[in-house]
Ligand binder design. Structure first.
Ligand SMILES: Cc1cc2nc3c(=O)[nH]c(=O)nc-3n(C[C@H](O)[C@H](O)[C@H](O)COP(=O)(O)OP(=O)(O)OC[C@H]3O[C@@H](n4cnc5c(N)ncnc54)[C@H](O)[C@@H]3O)c2cc1C
Ligand SMILES: *[C@@H]1O[C@H](CO)[C@@H](O)[C@H](O)[C@H]1NC(C)=O
Ligand SMILES: *[C@@H]1O[C@H](CO)[C@@H](O)[C@H](O)[C@H]1NC(C)=O
Ligand SMILES: *[C@@H]1O[C@H](CO)[C@@H](O)[C@H](O)[C@H]1NC(C)=O
Length: 313
């Protein structure tokens, strides 16, 4: 090892020691707020969007979007601070400050990550929590919507329904899943057979890159735009919002459940279901849930009344 690289290593080690020992959550908080006010506008709001560990609302802010209780234990590593931007410029500033101060950033939208990746880390980190950025702007004239990353799927569905009873968006079944993680990862749900995945209906996006610049589809280029539709968002930047193309749905849909226990030939139904479920009409969505011990539920949702295929039973 050369003298220069040894010196560099020492410097890095020293830097690490400073971060992990002397830099308490409090001083990180001070540094971060100071940095944020320098790089974001409106300047005077920086302290009102950062939660220090000592803040009485810290735990509540942290736990509000922990959707996997496995990662809600005392031993689960906690963020040094939680940053809750309510303005796009604050997201830009948070990325810049994360680099300047040298702590890892975890991005959280709906907090449904199965591995808790949006709010747990092995190294000192902070959470960039997107829950304040949750607007949904639906434009029925051109059948699109701009939806911010912090919105939930349920909010997106509801906002579309408010404007039109014959439009919808194909995404997940669970209404509390976040747009930020879901739309960057794929997104499948009740309209899967008819309309495919959520990412098949994304037409534009806004992302903040590692240098703090806001890019849209045009300025990020088609490769990056492709990557953030299935490759996950956090590997590439912070997704601010997606523009989605709405799909047409009938005004009335039919939903029904069939429940059978093992004593009622449930095994027979599971067997039959596997043979017909890929052949039935695409307007009929079915899912089969094997639930605690004996009950089997066949859940059918038809998105067009004319295609009720009851003969499957
Ligand atoms: C109860 C439950 C039901 C589910 N149902 C379905 C379903 O029906 N269909 C389906 O397809 N999937 C389903 N999922 C999976 C879900 O879509 C994914 O876990 C998704 O990644 C969650 O997104 P989130 O924003 O809620 O999660 P988060 O935990 O906030 O984020 C997930 C990942 O995306 C990253 N990320 C989040 N926001 C951003 C952002 N703005 N920019 C960049 N990166 C970001 C995070 O860092 C993390 O790596 C379900 C999950 C759960 C727990
Ligand atoms: C906790 O943090 C929030 C968000 O930054 C802030 O608005 C609030 O005043 C803080 N509360 C206390 C008691 O410090
Ligand atoms: C909705 O889309 C139409 C057609 O593209 C456009 O003319 C209109 O300005 C949009 N409305 C809003 C509120 O953005
Ligand atoms: C179960 O299936 C068998 C064979 O298909 C049939 O003979 C029997 O009547 C069924 N029992 C019930 C309870 O449906």
């Amino acid at each position: 090892m050369s003298r220069a690289s040894f010196g560099l290593l020492l410097l890095l080690l020293l830097g690490f020691l400073i971060i992990s020992s002397s830099a308490t959550s409090d001083s990180i908080y001070e540094n971060f707020v100071q940095c944020l006010s320098k790089y974001s506008s409106p300047f005077d709001q920086a302290s009102s969007i950062v939660y220090a560990q000592t803040n009485s609302s810290f735990t509540n802010a942290l736990q509000s979007y922990i959707r996997n209780q496995r990662f809600n234990a005392f031993s689960t590593p906690k963020p040094l601070i939680i940053v809750t931007p309510s303005d796009e410029s604050q997201v830009q500033a948070a990325i810049i400050c994360s680099r300047r101060i040298g702590i890892q950033l975890r991005i959280r939208s709906g907090g449904h990550d199965y591995d808790g990746l949006s709010y747990v880390s092995d190294v000192p980190f902070f959470i960039l929590d997107m829950f304040n950025l949750r607007s949904v702007n639906v434009n029925i004239t051109d059948e699109t919507a701009w939806v911010q990353a912090g919105a939930t799927l349920g909010e997106l569905y509801y906002k579309i329904w408010e404007k039109s009873r014959v439009h919808g968006f194909p995404a997940g079944v669970c209404p509390t899943v976040g747009v930020g993680g879901h739309l960057s990862g794929g997104g499948y749900g009740n309209m899967l057979r008819r309309y495919g995945l959520s990412i098949d209906h994304i037409v534009d996006a806004q992302i903040v890159n590692v240098n703090g610049y806001i890019l849209d589809r045009k300025s990020m280029g088609e490769d990056l735009f492709w990557a953030i539709r299935g490759g996950g968002g956090a590997s590439f930047g912070v997704i601010l919002s997606y523009k989605v193309k709405l799909v047409r749905v009938p005004e009335i849909v039919t939903v029904f459940r069939v429940e059978k226990t093992l004593a009622q030939n449930a095994t027979d139904i599971v067997y039959q279901w596997q043979h017909i479920t890929d052949k039935i009409d695409n307007d009929l969505f079915t899912r089969l849930l094997l639930q605690p011990i004996t009950v089997i539920v066949v859940h059918l949702e038809t998105i067009n009344l004319h295609y009720l295929l009851i003969q499957m039973l």
